[in-house]
Design a protein around this ligand. Structure first.
Ligand SMILES: Cc1cc2nc3c(=O)[nH]c(=O)nc-3n(C[C@H](O)[C@H](O)[C@H](O)COP(=O)(O)OP(=O)(O)OC[C@H]3O[C@@H](n4cnc5c(N)ncnc54)[C@H](O)[C@@H]3O)c2cc1C
Length: 170
């Protein structure tokens, strides 16, 4: 039997739930927002999709995000503007050295690409950075950025034409 699902809030979370529930195919999904899609916190996000996390439980979720983005590209036959650009975690104290070492250990255990950079190598990768106190940094090659977060939200909600998703401004 078809079910009706009503979701309130068209940010990252609401659009993701709408996408996954619509994909199940047995529910009529309605997404409500008091403003426009992506008008909340999502509009302020730097749009980084970071796989390198100190909390192990987050990494499979981020992997799923990247895989969902690829599925959406295929479904809609258009690019998502999500790109693997890598991130640099800078170390400027003994405390941050410890936490970055921990981050690299966790990343290694998930077979993510990690490279230790000297302060000079950090400067080459990020020339705009003031590397005065920098002791080095970890380059996490697999980290990703979405060049236009609104594009991915649009992509999530555009699937409405291929699934049973309604959008309403309330
Ligand atoms: C400066 C900044 C940078 C960030 N950078 C990153 C980053 O690089 N990577 C990352 O993963 N995360 C980042 N984040 C975090 C990320 O933006 C949030 O975790 C995420 O956007 C939260 O999504 P949300 O759907 O929960 O909330 P929101 O995006 O706030 O969406 C909530 C939606 O609900 C609607 N709404 C609220 N109340 C009602 C109502 N009563 N009726 C109808 N609609 C309603 C709002 O209009 C809004 O559209 C950043 C956050 C900030 C502030």
């Amino acid at each position: 039997m078809n079910k009706g699902v009503v979701l309130v809030g068209g940010g990252t979370i609401g659009t993701a739930i709408a996408y996954y529930v619509s994909k199940l195919g047995n529910a009529q999904v309605t997404l409500l927002d008091r403003d426009y899609i992506g008008s909340g916190n999502t509009a302020a996000a730097a749009s980084l999709i970071t796989l390198s996390r100190s909390k192990k439980a987050i990494i499979p979720l981020v992997r799923e995000t990247i895989s969902a983005v690829r599925d959406m590209e295929e479904l809609l036959d258009e690019p998502s503007r999500v790109m693997k650009v890598g991130s640099v975690h800078v170390v400027a104290s003994e405390t941050s050295m410890q936490s970055i070492n921990n981050l690299m250990e966790v990343a290694d255990s998930f077979d993510l690409s990690t490279t230790w950079l000297s302060a000079e190598e950090v400067k080459v990768k990020r020339p705009w950075l003031n590397t005065g106190n920098v002791m080095g940094g970890a380059f996490m090659k697999d980290d990703t950025v979405c060049l236009d977060i609104r594009n991915i939200l649009k992509t999530k909600t555009k699937t409405k034409t291929k699934t049973k998703l309604n959008l309403w401004k309330n």
